[in-house]
Design a protein. Sequence first.
Length: 93
Amino acid sequence: MSEERTQADLVAFAESRGGRLLTETYGGWGEPHRWVCGREHEFRASPRLLIDGGYWCPECLPTVDDASGWDWDFHAEVDPMLARFHMGRRSSS
């Protein structure tokens, strides 16, 4: 299933995270592609890591070691997927 993804699928995924796919040609599920997040951080990662692994921008996301200063509201402004999760998180607390 994963290998059947297309360039259009990756573009749609990036948009769902408030970002863009910068790589112009689909290079394969496990190959690094260039992306930019909604905060304009550019990074390289494979579609497999981002979609199957659930990762996104390495500069924006909190680390396991230190998530104390992570600002949900700030990041949810530009990341629609995160905003959906964050709004649910806020209403359940």
